[in-house]
Design a protein around this ligand. Structure first.
Ligand code: F0G
Length: 351
């Protein structure tokens, strides 16, 4: 029977590898594209969720990381480094294990979800908590990679973007053409850059008849592209996108402008509402940052920006298990019962 081979083998001719490249993979990609029934009803559109939390380390970062670690390996690197709000570090740590490399990660002190920290730890990464935000971590990681023998695997490394563009290929391959609109959360802006590159590549080669409009959403407290200037002290409960000066800023604006799209903001309250809707009504558990795409779609719908009848894909970028605090917070405590069918039935409202 056929098993998905990972994005490099599945899209080899569209990625910067040769026949001799030593592929480092956890068979990432091939993620579900799930029809979203409640969101489709609310918008009058055909809405699909690209569930990237189904990747090996639980986020879309694995698509870029298989490329970055593969190329680092090919170039003889013994160690890699990244700055991260959590998911990049989890992914880098896992792929470094596969490649037999040392992995160093720089994370903003106290601002990454517990699950992500656990991943980096269990995969044996060398973790430094930096007394600063993500933007400070990235500056530090860049400097270290320039001065020491350690390869930078953040999305400023262009092969990361190449790997991540494969998500757009999968969507076109599944739907038979590009959607009308593609909606994404935006943090460091690598992913919106990557999808736009993927969609353009497929359209350029005639595999898709068109490109979608790209809609990106930042968290209100961390919305430098919306504000038109860097945010010094970014804040949001969606820690994955708590970024004040995105590395791929210009490319995100290019994706927006060339596609006739938009980059807007959603509040933490809107993010949490979308997070709960996805879990309780679509059966898809994502982390808060991932819900920014869906929050944005709902906001745009309320503003009358969504014409009915369109085909829309929302990427939900990371698995809800990475940051379960928000699932537990505010939910009622489960009741304890004795080992007794009648008591259990009563509590469940069955008797
Ligand atoms: N969603 C999740 C779950 C993320 O982890 C990130 C970025 C984004 C969305 C935004 O994607 O940066 O390409 O615009 N996380 C990075 C990290 C910054 O370090 O894990 P982007």
């Amino acid at each position: 029977t056929h098993q998905w081979r990972g994005i490099i083998e599945e899209y080899r001719d569209r990625l910067p590898v040769t026949a001799d490249t030593p592929v480092v993979t956890l068979r990432e990609g091939g993620t579900p594209l799930v029809p979203a029934q409640v969101l489709s009803e609310r918008t009058g559109c055909e809405v699909h969720l690209k569930v990237e939390g189904a990747n090996p380390t639980g986020s879309f970062k694995d698509r870029g990381m298989t490329m970055a670690i593969t190329r680092a390996k090919e170039e003889g690197a013994k160690a890699v480094i990244c700055a991260s709000t959590g998911n990049t570090s989890a992914s880098a740590a896992a792929y470094a294990v596969r490649a037999g490399m040392v992995c160093a990660v720089l994370v903003p002190q106290g601002k990454i979800a517990l699950g992500k920290m656990g991943q980096a730890l269990v995969h044996g990464a060398r973790i430094l908590q930096v007394d600063g935000n993500f933007d400070d971590c990235l500056t530090l990681a860049r400097g270290l990679s320039e001065q020491y023998p350690v390869a930078l695997v953040n999305s400023v490394n262009p092969v990361r973007i190449e790997g991540q563009k494969t998500a757009a290929f999968e969507i076109v391959d599944a739907l038979g053409d590009a959607p009308d609109i593609h909606v994404l959360p935006v943090g460091n802006a690598g992913n919106i850059t990557a999808y736009w590159r993927g969609y353009r590549e497929y359209a350029g080669d005639g595999i898709a008849s068109r490109t979608p409009r790209m809609w990106g959403f930042q968290a209100s407290g961390s919305a430098p592209i919306v504000r038109g200037e860097p945010v010094k002290d970014p804040h949001t409960i969606a820690t994955a996108i708590r970024i004040g000066n995105p590395a791929s800023w210009q490319f995100a604006e290019q994706a927006r402008d060339e596609s006739g799209g938009l980059i807007d903001e959603v509040t933490d309250r809107q993010i949490l509402a979308a997070y709960r809707l996805l879990a309780s009504q679509e059966g898809v558990f994502v982390e808060p940052a991932s819900a920014a795409s869906v929050a944005g779609l709902l906001k745009a719908t309320e503003l009358g920006l969504v014409d009915p009848g369109q085909r829309i894909v929302c990427t939900v970028t990371g698995n809800g298990l990475k940051d379960p605090d928000w699932a537990v917070a505010g939910a009622p405590q489960p009741v304890t019962v004795p080992v007794d069918a009648v008591a259990a039935a009563q509590q469940l409202g069955l008797a």
